[in-house]
Ligand binder design. Structure first.
Ligand code: SF4
Length: 377
C-alpha cells in the first residue's frame, strides 16, 4: 500500500479522468459557462418572483448550499419589476425564465438579469426578436435556448410524429440560428425531457451538432428520491461522456435539495468538489457503533463545511482501515466501545466511550481550517 498521507491523491488517477467536450465559453453574470470552466450548478426558485422578499430569502438558502446560477420565472410585469430588487440583493447571477412574452424579456434584461431563458422562435415577429436581442446585448445578458420535449413546435411534431431527439435538436438549432443571424452568440442550449433515454439521446446529438455550452437537465424528474435517481442516471451518463457545462436537477422538492443533489452528482464524478463527502458502510452484524445514526447526524452538522474533504465512517475493521487510508478523517469501529480514529490516512488515536459525532465534527473543522490555511499560502 502506498503512503496515504495525501488522501486526495487517488482522485488524480487516470481512470478517474473525464475528457470534457470542447465547448465555447460564455458568461452568465460573473459565472463562466463552457470551455474549461467548472460545471455550474443551477436551481430555480419556486416562490412568486413578484414576492421579492421570499425569493431573495430562498436564493440565499440556495447560495448557502453553493448554487452558482439561479433561475426565476417571470410570467408577469410584477415579476420583472421585483427582479431588479432580487438581482441587487443576491450574489448568484439570475436567469429570467420567459415564455412567449417578449416584453418580459426586455424588462428582465433591463432589471439586471444575467441571462434570459427564452426561445427566440416563440416570441413572434422578427422585430420583436431583434428588440429582445438588442436588450440582451445592451445589458450584457446571456440567453438560454430551452427546448423541452413537452412543448415542441407543432410543425416538428407533425414532421416527426412525436417528440424525438431529431425533432428536439432541429428545434434547438433553429432557435440558435435566429440568434446567430442577429450576431448574438452568448448563449447556451438545453434539450430537456422527462424521459431519460430521450433527453440523453437529444443531448448527445446536440453535442455533436454544435459547440455551444449545454445546460443539462432531466425535466419533471419527480420527487426527491426518484428525481435524484433519474437525474443521476441521465446527467451522470452525459457528464461521464464529457457532455455538459451547467446542470439543474429538477425535483418536486425544496430547491436547496436540487443544489445539493447537483453537487453530489458532480462530486461522484470528480467534476466538482465542495464540502464533505462521507464514505460509510451499510453496516451489518459486525458493526461496533451506530453507523447509520452517526452518518445522519454528521450530514447535518457538517453541512456548513465548504472545503472539499472525505470522511470515512466505517463500522468495523473489515473495511475501516482500508477506507480510512484514502480519506482526510476516518473512524473504524472497535471493541469495548473503543474506536480507531485516522487523520490524513494514518491511525492517529483511539476514542473510548466518547461522543463520536462531536469528535468527528471537531476533527473535520480543524482539518478544513488547515486545508484552507495551506491553500492561502
Ligand atoms: Fe459490516 Fe464492517 Fe462491512 Fe461495515 S465495514 S458493512 S460493519 S463488515
Amino acid at each position: 500500500m502506498e503512503n496515504k498521507n495525501n488522501p486526495g491523491a487517488h482522485n488524480l488517477r487516470p481512470w478517474r479522468k473525464i475528457q470534457r467536450r470542447v465547448s465555447r465559453q460564455i458568461t452568465v453574470g460573473n459565472v463562466l459557462v463552457g470551455g474549461d470552466a467548472p460545471i455550474a450548478v443551477q436551481s430555480m426558485t419556486n416562490t412568486l418572483t413578484s414576492d421579492a422578499k421570499a425569493t431573495i430569502e430562498q436564493i440565499r438558502e440556495m447560495e448557502a448550499a453553493g448554487v452558482d446560477i439561479v433561475r426565476c420565472s417571470c410570467p408577469d410585469e410584477d415579476s420583472t419589476l421585483a427582479l431588479k430588487e432580487i438581482v441587487r440583493e443576491v450574489k448568484a447571477p439570475v436567469v429570467a425564465d420567459i415564455h412567449f412574452h417578449y416584453k418580459r424579456g426586455i424588462e428582465a434584461a433591463e432589471a439586471g438579469a444575467a441571462c434570459l431563458r427564452i426561445n427566440p422562435g416563440n416570441i413572434g415577429s422578427e422585430d420583436r426578436v431583434r428588440e429582445v436581442i438588442k436588450a440582451a446585448k445592451d445589458h450584457g445578458c446571456a440567453m438560454r435556448i430551452g427546448v423541452n420535449a413537452g412543448s415542441l413546435e407543432q410543425e416538428l411534431l407533425e414532421k416527426y410524429g412525436e417528440p424525438c431527439p431529431e425533432a428536439m435538436v432541429e428545434s434547438a438549432l433553429a432557435h440558435a440560428k435566429i440568434l446567430e443571424d442577429n450576431d448574438f452568440f452568448n448563449f447556451k442550449i438545453s434539450v430537456k425531457a422527462s424521459d431519460v433515454f430521450l433527453a440523453v439521446a437529444a443531448y448527445r446529438r446536440l453535442a455533436e451538432a454544435c459547440d455551444y455550452p449545454l445546460h443539462l437537465g432531466i425535466t419533471e424528474a419527480g420527487g426527491l428520491r426518484m428525481g435524484t435517481i433519474k437525474s443521476s442516471i441521465g446527467l451522470g451518463d452525459l457528464l461521464w461522456s464529457g457532455i455538459g457545462d451547467t446542470i439543474r436537477v429538477s425535483l418536486s422538492a425544496d430547491p436547496v435539495e436540487e443544489v445539493r443533489v447537483g453537487f453530489d452528482i458532480l462530486k461522484a464524478l470528480g467534476l466538482r468538489n465542495r464540502g464533505v463527502t462521507i464514505i460509510s458502510c451499510p453496516t451489518c452484524a459486525r458493526r461496533r457503533y451506530d453507523v447509520i445514526k452517526t452518518v445522519e447526524e454528521l450530514e447535518l452538522r457538517l453541512a456548513h463545511i465548504t472545503t472539499p474533504m472525505e470522511v470515512s465512517v466505517i463500522g468495523c475493521v473489515v473495511n475501516g482501515p482500508g477506507e480510512a487510508m484514502m480519506t482526510d478523517i476516518g473512524i473504524t469501529g472497535g471493541g469495548n466501545n473503543t474506536h480507531q480514529i485516522y487523520i490524513k490516512g494514518q491511525a492517529d488515536h483511539r476514542l473510548k466511550d466518547g461522543d463520536i459525532v462531536s469528535h468527528l465534527v471537531e476533527l473535520v473543522e480543524k482539518r478544513a481550517a488547515e486545508i484552507e490555511a495551506e491553500k492561502a499560502k
